[in-house]
Design a protein around this ligand. Structure first.
Ligand SMILES: Cc1cc2nc3c(=O)[nH]c(=O)nc-3n(C[C@H](O)[C@H](O)[C@H](O)COP(=O)(O)OP(=O)(O)OC[C@H]3O[C@@H](n4cnc5c(N)ncnc54)[C@H](O)[C@@H]3O)c2cc1C
Length: 336
């Protein structure tokens, strides 16, 4: 039995991958439904332009997953300004964008999912080998060098971990608290990202654009235009208040960069945290001390883009179908 903690894209993609392999699993989520944290609040951009070859490998495999499995996936391409060579060194066709103001490298196979539809599918589809449990806020109990039980923080409810069982922590930001209580610090940083939702007044149909000056992604979702922006700084250094006033400068930059947007078209905004290790690679593998503990966290700003392939590789490893060598660069041991 694999006990999966966390019902975001990481936890559910792993559940799906284990189910396909015929392995028993159980997923515990502290909220009342799936995807209430970053996995339901992101921009849903599926992109592969990674300069790190390990990450590029997994994002390309994940793109294939979305093409084959996710009804909300739309392949409408992605444009990066051509001087952003820190993202990728691949040769790509140059195209003009933003009404000809810029030209950029075009990634025709990249695309978009609708995060809430993705999470609804993952949580709602029929499974043969596992089940979910909501409103279960997991705390881990250790005995020697293994985990012995999972308790619910808010009710007298204990799951005993059987011999041969595994526990996978896929709790996003919540992984930090669990790693601290187990005295296995993972050195995850937290970044704040905000999604601005504008009414689409220009019939913009894509592709996705990454804009360096505004430090934001730009995509269409139905009749609205989404723009993701945020600081690449740890959240502890970000001011606490989350009102629109706090984002005044960023909104001004977006509106300067995209003149067809204006404040009166800004219909919503939402802020969420994303967590990542200092070297920007997710943690995906066994803990080096606690034998039945597996970390699957720190997916950073690419969780949607990378979770399917990481989950498949992790499921193969956990079920003995692979030796896990593909995941070695993502081993949590590097936090020791
Ligand atoms: C604004 C924004 C825009 C983004 N845009 C993109 C994008 O366009 N493309 C892309 O690829 N990525 C994007 N990302 C990143 C992506 O959203 C994340 O990497 C991904 O959602 C992380 O998924 P996760 O499952 O690891 O974490 P989460 O989504 O945080 O899920 C963790 C789950 O664990 C649960 N949990 C926590 N603690 C416990 C506990 N103790 N017991 C039980 N359950 C617990 C939480 O309730 C939560 O549901 C964006 C992120 C943000 C914030």
């Amino acid at each position: 039995m694999v006990h999966i903690l966390g019902g975001g894209v990481a936890g559910f993609m792993l559940a799906e991958a284990l189910d396909k392999r015929g392995t028993a699993w159980h997923l515990y989520e502290k909220a009342a439904k799936a995807g209430t944290e970053a996995s339901g609040k992101n921009a849903g951009i599926v992109r592969t332009h990674e300069v790190d070859p390990v990450l590029r490998h997994f994002t390309k495999q994940s793109l294939a997953y979305y093409r084959d499995n996710e009804p909300s996936f739309e392949q409408n391409g992605m444009l990066l300004k051509s001087w952003e060579i820190d993202y990728d060194t691949e040769e790509r066709e140059e195209r003009p964008f933003l009404h000809g103001r810029y030209s950029g490298k075009f990634y025709p196979d990249n695309g978009l999912v609708e995060p809430l539809r993705l999470m609804a599918r993952l949580a709602g589809q029929p499974y043969r080998h596992g089940a979910m449990r909501y409103r279960f806020s997991a705390i881990l109990q250790k005995g020697g060098n293994r985990l012995v039980a999972i308790d619910d923080a808010h009710a007298a409810d204990r799951i005993t971990i059987g011999e041969g069982d595994l526990v996978v922590v896929a709790c996003g930001e919540g992984s930090i608290a669990l790693s601290n209580t187990l005295a296995r610090p993972l050195m995850l940083t937290r970044h704040e990202r905000t999604l601005f939702e504008y009414e689409n007044t220009v019939n913009y149909s894509g592709p996705v654009q990454w804009n360096e000056e505004a430090s934001c992604y730009f995509r269409r979702l139905g009749k609205t235009l989404l723009s993701t922006a945020g600081e690449q700084i740890p959240v502890s250094e970000v001011r606490a208040e989350q009102g629109l006033e706090f984002h005044r400068e960023r909104i001004a930059t977006i509106e300067r960069e995209f003149p067809f947007l204006s404040r009166d078209r800004l219909v919503a905004h939402r802020t969420c945290l994303r967590v990542m290790p200092l070297d920007n690679r997710p943690y995906c593998g066994y803990d080096s001390e606690i034998k039945n503990l597996v970390w699957f966290t720190g997916l950073g700003g690419r969780g949607i883009s990378i979770a399917p392939a990481l989950s498949a590789a992790l499921a193969d490893y956990l079920t003995g179908k692979s030796d896990g060598s593909a995941l070695e660069p993502l081993s949590p041991e590097r936090a020791d």
